[in-house]
Design a protein around this ligand. Structure first.
Ligand code: ATP
Ligand code: MG
Length: 434
């Protein structure tokens, strides 16, 4: 097949066989966010490149290596969003949402773009569900947002995710830690990978996050942030844990969780799955108390998380989690000849107005082909319309599961009679199950 007719590397079509699952998962996410008082925000797919450089941070992999950046026809540098927080904060500031009161609690379901080495669970276009809360530094807010993510995993029936939390302190206590860590790492500098060598000056803590085995070996005995937290940060971290305990949310403190983006402060967390191999983080998040100010707003503490939809679906597949299937087609109307097809169209329209799933022939196919199609879509009832049926204004409704038929009129009472037939069929089906 010619290359131009293949999807670009790192992208995937979401086909009808899967899109229903996506929709069900998204519905659960929207609902869980809503019951926690979060409201949806929709921001552009692209922003000025500078927005990401200044927020995500120019020492991060995302900005250094992974962004889709181009000049538009007006010579502006534009990037496809690699994540959702930057756009949400920009929109919050530009639209002065904080004037409407705090906390501001936002969620989004978005596509993201990163030029990555593609593998299972790592794509160039992928999707995130994310939540951001602005205007509170209180540890209860950290626990609440973690509880929201946890609630979604529970509702989806996902088992065995490990919640790992850490505190990476505030700029004050972190700078002391950075010094100590830098001194420690300087000693084995030669063995660090190229990227980490660059990080050593600007952001040595990120070296703890490096997946290169030689870097892992060096950082094994490195000093940990937890021992350097100032009193306020230590108390904050302790309180977050107390709230998680109160909500019965199990977690582990993992001092190596530092998160990949520059803007995080204090609490950081990940939900990690054992079912995903190398791409094991399904959800990551944390506090970013300095970001809003750094982007030109007033000092506004904030926090958030993002879940990777594709990784979530991989975990659900590995755990063989089945979601309820979509409503079946209630009626397929087969027809012979133009007049009957017209009648079938009118009747199916009548059902659509009553929000009942129904289909009629739109391909002018033989009766045999139409019935084969009805079978394939699993229609609950079928109706065959020909000249006779039109003349008598009556037809035989066939219940496909048992082959039983019942008469139905094709006039004004059609809808009422059809609804009665569904009720009868459902009670029969219930009866045969018990
Ligand atoms: P990783 O360490 O796996 O590269 P990250 O730290 O870059 O992850 P975040 O920026 O925190 O990821 O994004 C939040 C979530 O989005 C991740 O936990 C993951 O589930 C998902 N995600 C990130 N990058 C990708 C990708 N390229 N393809 C699919 N999902 C992704
Ligand atoms: Mg990454």
């Amino acid at each position: 097949m010619a290359a131009w007719i293949q999807a670009p590397k790192g992208t995937k079509d979401i086909l009808p066989k899967d899109s229903e699952n996506w929709r069900l998962i998204e519905d659960i996410m929207r609902d869980e966010a809503a019951i926690h008082g979060f409201q949806e925000i929709r921001t552009p797919v692209f922003e000025r490149t500078e927005l990401f450089e200044r927020s995500v941070g120019d020492t991060t992999d995302v900005v250094q290596k992974e962004m889709y950046t181009f000049l538009d026809k007006g010579n502006r540098s534009i990037s496809l969003r690699p994540e959702g927080t930057a756009g949400a904060v920009r929109a919050l500031l530009e639209n002065a949402l904080l004037n409407e009161g705090i906390p501001q609690k936002l969620y989004y379901l978005i596509s993201c773009y990163r030029y990555e080495n593609t593998q299972e669970g790592r794509q160039r276009e992928f999707h995130q569900f994310g939540c951001e809360a602005f205007g509170t530094e209180k540890p209860i807010a950290d626990a609440e947002i973690i509880a929201l993510a946890h609630g979604i995993f529970e509702r989806l029936g996902i088992r065995g995710l490990s919640l790992e939390i850490n505190s990476i302190g505030c700029p004050q206590c972190r700078s002391k830690y950075h010094e100590t860590l830098r001194t420690f790492l300087e000693e084995s500098k030669e063995a660090l990978c190229h990227t980490c060598l660059e990080r050593l000056d600007k952001n040595p803590m990120r070296i703890l996050d490096c997946k290169t085995p030689s870097c892992g070996e060096i950082t094994k005995d490195a000093p940990i942030m937890k021992d350097y937290l100032c009193n306020d940060c230590a108390e904050h971290f302790f309180a977050v844990q107390s709230y998680l305990d109160a909500a019965d949310i199990p977690y582990k403190v993992n001092t190596r969780i530092v998160r990949g983006l520059d803007y995080y402060t204090r609490t950081v967390f990940e939900f990690i799955s054992g079912d995903l191999g190398a791409q094991s983080t399904v959800c990551g998040g944390g506090r970013y108390d300095g970001l809003v100010k750094q982007m030109g707003g007033a000092q506004t503490p904030a926090l958030g998380f993002a879940m990777g939809m594709e990784r979530l679906l991989l975990v659900m597949k590995a755990q063989q989690i089945q979601l309820p299937q979509p409503a079946v087609c209630r009626l397929y109307i087969a027809s012979l000849g133009k007049a009957a097809q017209m009648k079938g169209f009118a009747l199916s329209n009548m059902l659509h107005h009553a929000a009942i799933k129904a289909e009629c022939d739109i391909c002018d196919r033989s009766l045999k082909a139409q019935m084969k199609y009805a079978d394939k879509i699993g229609a609950m009832f079928t109706l065959v319309l020909g000249d006779n049926e039109l003349q008598q204004n009556k037809a035989e409704l066939k219940y496909m599961r048992t082959g039983e038929t019942m008469p139905i009129t094709l006039g004004n009472d059609f809808l009422t009679e059809f609804l009665a037939a569904i009720t009868q069929a459902e009670s029969l089906a219930l009866g045969s199950q018990s």
